[in-house]
Design a protein around this ligand. Structure first.
Ligand SMILES: Nc1nc2c(ncn2[C@@H]2O[C@H](COP(=O)(O)OP(=O)(O)OP(=O)(O)O)[C@@H](O)[C@H]2O)c(=O)[nH]1
Ligand SMILES: [Mg+2]
Length: 374
């Protein structure tokens, strides 16, 4: 858990892995909808959100055998597997040689699996060159080469994953992304991981545009037992952040996670707002934010790529979280993003349960992506 963070922070302690925590309901629109300080609406949703229980202590949590983590990822990526690897296997079935037709069909499969034109082209060109050099004799060898090449792309993107940790003071994470991608949910899950690892966390409600945004973060704060700094809806997000960094430093929090608004990325004013927030952070706490994390919804396919480009130009991304991989048949977006950008994927979201925010592991992902259905 939080391997990318742990590497840098010596005092980090590994929490016990969790088997099954309480499912986390999709975030309600308003605190009232959630039943907080108000009777639950009828028909009443699952009662869990009305009284968010703090997570159980790590020691009481059941331990999952290591192998089952990979199994779980495989299960969650079933849709990706069916559309991608099963199609590849069907294509290769009974084929003895690699010819142009086979490569053309493979190209189509890769594109429809959301690997994108540029990444697909690079993979096919490399395969073609190796066939020409007679390095790949049969389709099974091609499949292995493809797997290796994809792993290399992902590992390449992980190389700049080193974090610049502050010498002293809190580690500040600014979370950005268009609306609905899962920023607030990811922040809640991520904060939970930090808490379980013994870090003291402060959440900052930097999304002051949308009426329910502050309440949504506060619900998460209650659920996982962490403090949330917020002002009223409509407040200047930069001033919320300015005050929050003061509070975070004064109260000696280890980690400060800032939620931001997610208006459409095509609207220039959001980008200007985010730039301003970032500037304010650096002014208040030189070097902050130490991580600018873009959340991308994997089901949006190529849109995710253009979002990454625009946000990267505006605020300089240092990490990515890819959510809703459980809801797409196109896990190839992971490969595409890693190939197009040298920005490491920190987390993948593979469901709505608390534990479904997973440290991204290149090897684990590629194994799951290439695992044949059983
Ligand atoms: N299936 C699935 N759903 C997810 C995942 N991550 C988030 N969600 C759901 O996506 C929806 C939107 O999540 P939010 O966290 O509110 O998204 P946001 O980016 O903060 O949205 P705005 O505040 O409107 O910009 C919620 O219903 C979440 O439960 C995931 O990994 N898998
Ligand atoms: Mg939000």
């Amino acid at each position: 858990m939080l391997g990318w963070f742990k590497k840098k922070l010596g005092k980090f302690t590994e929490p016990a892995p969790v088997a099954d925590e309480q499912p986390v309901r999709p975030e309600p629109e308003t605190a009232t909808d959630a039943g907080i300080e108000a009777p639950p609406p009828a028909p009443a949703p699952a009662p869990a959100a009305a009284d968010p229980a703090p997570p159980p202590p790590a020691a009481a949590e059941p331990v999952v055998p290591k192998g089952s983590m990979l199994q779980r990822l495989k299960e969650r990526l079933t849709k990706s597997r069916e559309s991608f690897i099963e199609r590849v296997d069907n294509l290769f079935l009974g084929k003895k040689v690699i010819d142009d037709d086979l490569l053309d069909d493979l190209e189509e499969i890769l594109i429809t699996a959301d690997l994108g034109v540029t990444t697909t082209q690079a993979l096919i060109d490399s395969a073609r060159a190796r066939v020409k050099r007679q390095e790949l004799s049969d389709p099974q060898a091609l499949k292995s080469a493809l797997k290796q090449q994809i792993l290399d792309y992902i590992l390449d993107a992980e190389r700049p994953a080193e974090l610049v940790m502050p010498e002293q003071g809190p580690f500040v994470i600014m979370v950005v992304g268009v609306n609905g991608v899962g920023k607030t949910t990811t922040i809640g899950k991520m904060a939970h991981k930090f808490v379980r690892s013994g870090q003291s966390v402060l959440l900052v409600a930097g999304d002051t545009f949308r009426a329910a945004a502050v309440e949504q973060l506060q619900i998460w704060g209650k659920r996982i037992g962490v403090e949330v700094v917020a002002q009223q809806t409509g407040a200047d997000p930069s001033s919320v952040v300015y005050d929050a960094l003061d509070a975070g430093r004064a109260r000696r929090h280890d980690v400060i996670i800032v939620d931001t608004a997610g208006r459409l990325h095509t609207k220039v004013n959001l980008m200007e707002e985010l730039k301003k927030i970032k500037r304010v952070m650096d002014k208040k706490l030189p070097g902050a934010p130490h991580e600018v994390m873009l959340v991308i919804d994997a089901t949006t396919g190529q849109n995710g790529i253009s979002q990454a480009r625009l946000f990267n130009e505006a605020v300089g991304l240092t990490g990515l979280a890819l959510t809703k991989l459980d809801g797409t048949a196109k896990g190839g977006i992971v490969v595409n993003i890693c190939h197009e950008f040298n920005i490491p994927i920190r987390f993948i979201g593979i469901g709505e349960q608390m534990e479904d925010l997973r440290d991204f592991d290149a090897n684990e992902f590629v194994e799951a992506f290439f695992a044949s259905g059983e």
